[in-house]
Design a protein around this ligand. Structure first.
Ligand SMILES: [Zn+2]
Length: 175
């Protein structure tokens, strides 16, 4: 039975990712390099290979795209790293900088939107990788919980809401 499950899992992984690699596994070398840079009370929670990660600074219309990079969630940070034989960080930020978090599906691609005080990130996951992306999103959402306590996030658009607000300042939904 276990073997059948393994075969089925491999089949699914191959189906989801033509390269045949598990989207949620981080290459050993990257993991090893990263473990050295972790703070004492910091751990890797989950990682996922993205199709495309987009970073936009502040009000700038220019954006940077990182293709096939890894999104790595630790207990403190979100890191975008190059798919490489060693750890090469494109971008990273502390989880306590996150203002809003949203999950949606765009043209068959699970997509995660993260807004910070002065930047925006869009993580476009590989087509069809709904199970993996949902798992990644759920853990990201959970990792943000300590940051969220004391703040409220709009249930419709994910915008951060001041504790005394009645309506969301972004989309107008009643809290
Ligand atoms: Zn809203």
């Amino acid at each position: 039975m276990a073997r059948i499950q393994t075969v089925f899992k491999n089949f699914l992984n191959n189906f989801l990712d033509p390269s045949g690699k598990d989207l949620l596994s981080l290459p050993e070398k990257i993991k090893k390099d990263l473990s050295i840079s972790l703070a004492e009370d910091e751990e890797i929670v989950i990682s996922m290979k993205t199709d495309r990660a987009i970073y936009r600074a502040g009000l700038s219309k220019d954006s940077n795209s990182f293709y096939k990079s890894f999104a790595i969630l630790t207990t403190k940070r979100l890191i975008l790293a190059k798919d490489s034989t060693s750890l090469k960080i494109f971008r990273e930020f502390q989880l306590n900088q996150v203002n809003s978090l949203l999950y949606e599906e765009i043209a068959g691609k699970p997509t995660i939107h993260l807004d910070n005080v002065n930047s925006k990130y869009v993580l476009s996951m590989p087509p069809g990788s709904f199970d993996e992306a949902k798992k990644f999103f759920d853990l990201l959402n959970t990792a943000l919980e300590p940051e969220k306590s004391g703040k409220n996030f709009c249930s419709k658009c994910g915008n951060k809401i001041q504790s005394n607000s009645v309506y969301c300042s972004n989309c107008g939904t009643k809290i």
